[in-house]
Design a protein around this ligand. Structure first.
Ligand code: NAD
Length: 305
């Protein structure tokens, strides 16, 4: 049985589907703070609760062979608004899930870390050996989670790997709320005939990776015994203005950006060096941006925050 924390979330629901498809039984631990149970099919066992609560995490991890830990407060600006809440959910939550996995005798633990740990990385594309310079409470919490995972491997022999996910996008990502991500915000604005909002001048760039590719990476990581940190990105950076241009082409519409001031904590550029993922996991991103945007634009919009 697999435990997927945060399985009712955007990435989590794709991981759950992929795990079911591969023949695994799946239990989800999710507090439904940004998740939506309608993303989960009937055969999934949903435990509604807080992953940072040690007892809840322990009960959820009992009997799990593989633990995929995705539950987190995801947004950088949310962490700037409320650092303590993000730290509790992410840093403490990760420690609680690692302890629960250890107590339950899990064979493998796959954690979602983030490209944000690099901050304004000196080298682009950024290899895993680059010195982390987290620029937000969110990024600090993700880096702390990686260290807890490494320490659990070294001290307790728990098989852990931390995937530094770059910017995931795809069907099921909500455009709503103040912390919505770039791609769903842009697609939603274009759908409504509005001008997509750009924070800053739009030259900042992101390594966008299709969520189906991310789910494949999680399954690949669960199937190996690779340890440490692994970038999960496409290896290509696209500027925010180019994302908007690609989205207008994918949707066959026009849309001029609406510029607002840059947000604190956002980093100027992200781009993965994807070679370690290829070497250790046999994984690389396969869905090109315009194809991914077309698939996303065609999919139903979800209402969850
Ligand atoms: P999401 O908000 O859609 O999913 C997070 C899920 O975790 C939600 O279902 C939420 O209800 C649940 N959750 C939050 N706090 C919880 C808690 N304390 N206990 C139990 N459940 C809790 O976000 P997502 O984009 O699917 O992100 C999934 C993971 O991937 C997160 O760890 C995030 O930090 C990481 N990540 C995402 C991206 C991205 O581009 N989306 C990039 C880098 C890393």
């Amino acid at each position: 049985m697999w435990l997927v924390t945060g399985g009712a979330g955007f990435i989590g629901s794709h991981v759950v589907q992929a795990a079911l498809h591969a023949g695994h039984r799946v239990r989800v631990l999710d507090d439904l703070s940004t998740g939506d149970p309608r993303r989960l099919s009937r055969e999934v066992e949903l435990v509604r609760g807080d992953a940072a609560d040690a007892d809840v995490a322990r009960r959820a991890a009992a009997g799990a062979e593989v633990v995929v830990h995705l539950a987190a407060h995801r947004a950088v600006p949310r962490s700037v608004d409320d650092p303590l809440a993000t730290d509790r959910a992410n840093t403490h939550g990760t420690l609680a899930v690692l302890e629960a996995a250890r107590a339950g005798g899990a064979r493998r633990v796959v954690l979602a870390s983030s490209s944000s740990v690099y901050g304004s990385a000196a080298a682009l594309p950024t290899p895993e050996t680059a010195e982390p310079r987290p620029a937000s409470p969110y990024a600090v919490s993700k880096l702390a989670g990686e260290h807890y995972a490494r320490v659990h491997a070294e001290l307790f022999g728990l098989s852990t790997v931390s995937l530094r996910l770059f910017n995931a996008y795809g069907p099921g990502q909500s455009p709503e709320g103040p912390y919505a991500q770039l791609v769903p915000r842009v697609l939603d604005a274009l759908r409504r005939g509005d001008r997509p909002v750009v924070f800053g001048d739009g030259t900042q760039s992101r390594d966008l990776v299709y969520v189906g590719d991310v789910a494949r990476a999680v399954l690949a990581a669960a199937a190996t015994d690779a340890v440490g940190v692994v970038n999960i990105g496409s290896g290509r950076a696209t500027s925010v203005l180019d994302v908007i241009a690609a989205a207008t082409r994918a949707m066959g519409v026009r849309g001029e950006p609406h510029f607002l001031p840059a947000r604190p904590g956002d980093v100027p550029h992200t781009c993965a060096d994807p070679r370690r993922a290829a070497a250790l996991l046999g994984w690389r991103a396969t869905v090109p941006l315009e194809e991914g945007l077309r698939r996303t634009a065609r999919a139903p919009v979800v209402a969850a925050a």
